[in-house]
Design a protein around this ligand. Structure first.
Ligand code: NAP
Length: 292
């Protein structure tokens, strides 16, 4: 057995990532390393697939009996129409980031929210039955909101600016209120009084906007540090930079904080589990790719 690469032979099962662009992705490093560590005969490759080519690509992969694949932008929504079934969470989110080939049936899942909820646990927190303030209503925020609601977070205070994702935020809250026991509300991110009130009642604050992400690392979704009381857990799903302005502000106020690296790791670990039926060997993967 080669120590560095998995052996590829006539039995190797194919997995991979569809999206555009994909060449920057660390998913091939993570999954191929995990396959090698568990001696699983799988390989993970990246395929640059713009949305216009997605239908043909999926048809081809289906014929080739691919074991499963990840989907990233811009393919996460369109893929829902091209596969055979969706998990409950993926149906509520309206987007898929992981597809599993179950004996010829392609089933779509969304592991982003599962990855976030696992990251909360990994950081040592229990937010089940508690209130959450969630900033953003884009793709990642939607996945987190749905999974948090399904897992038993009691109340979701969703904040977004009155812009592109506003209608999506309202629809998201309706979906959560209709399908789970979680109570979801939507407010304008510019409404500081409502934001302060929500944070007072919340156990955790989750930034799922892109405010603070490189190259705009000087931006921050919270206008006033005094909104962050020391008991509030403050998390950012951004991982570049590792310490956003929000997390710096929260740490200075004595809040427990964590960034988006573990969400990234655990959404991948869940996809790995869905494809192989095995737990990803988290520790060596974390050591190699997620330190700091
Ligand atoms: P997205 O669908 O484009 O959503 C972006 C969100 O940020 C929307 O709610 C958007 O509001 C809001 N936003 C953007 N600019 C803003 C501004 N100037 N002021 C206020 N709100 C603003 O993107 P996404 O895929 O959800 O990703 C969001 C962030 O999460 C990115 O930084 C991404 O890197 C990170 N992420 C991390 C992980 C992980 O595994 N850790 C996974 C996925 C994403 P409008 O749409 O209304 O403008």
């Amino acid at each position: 057995m080669n120590d560095t690469f998995p052996v590829i032979d006539g039995h190797t099962k194919l997995t991979g990532l569809l999206g555009s662009p994909v060449s920057h992705s660390i998913s091939p490093l993570i999954h191929n390393e995990a396959f090698r560590l568990l001696d699983l005969n799988y390989v993970y490759l990246c395929f640059d697939v713009p949305e216009a080519n997605l239908a043909d690509t999926v048809k081809g992969l289906r014929c080739m009996n691919i074991a499963g694949f990840n989907c990233t932008m811009p393919d996460k929504t369109k893929i829902c129409e091209l596969i055979d079934d969706l998990s409950d969470a993926a149906r509520m989110i309206g987007a898929v980031n992981t597809v599993v080939n179950e004996n010829g049936r392609l089933v779509g899942h969304n592991t982003d929210g599962i990855g976030y909820m696992q990251a909360v646990k990994e950081a040592g927190h229990d937010i089940i039955g508690k209130e959450m303030t969630l900033l953003g209503a884009g793709g990642a925020a939607t996945a987190i909101a749905v999974q948090a609601a399904l897992d038993g977070v009691s109340t979701l205070h969703i904040f977004n600016r009155k812009g592109r994702s506003w209608e999506r935020a309202l629809k998201l809250a309706d979906t959560i209120n209709a399908n789970t026991s979680c109570k979801a509300t939507v407010s304008d991110l510019a409404d500081e009084a409502s934001l302060r009130q929500a944070l007072e009642a919340s156990t955790i604050l989750t930034n799922a906007t892109s405010l603070g992400m490189a190259p705009h690392a000087d931006t921050c979704p919270i206008p006033d540090a005094s909104m962050l009381r020391p008991e509030l857990i403050v998390s950012d799903i951004i991982y570049n930079p590792k310490q956003t302005r929000l997390l710096q502000m929260a740490s200075a106020n004595g809040c427990a904080t964590f960034n988006g690296l573990y969400m990234l790791l655990f959404q991948g670990a869940e996809a790995f589990r869905l494809w192989t039926g095995k737990e990803m060997p988290i520790e060596p993967i974390r050591e190699h790719y997620f330190k700091g």
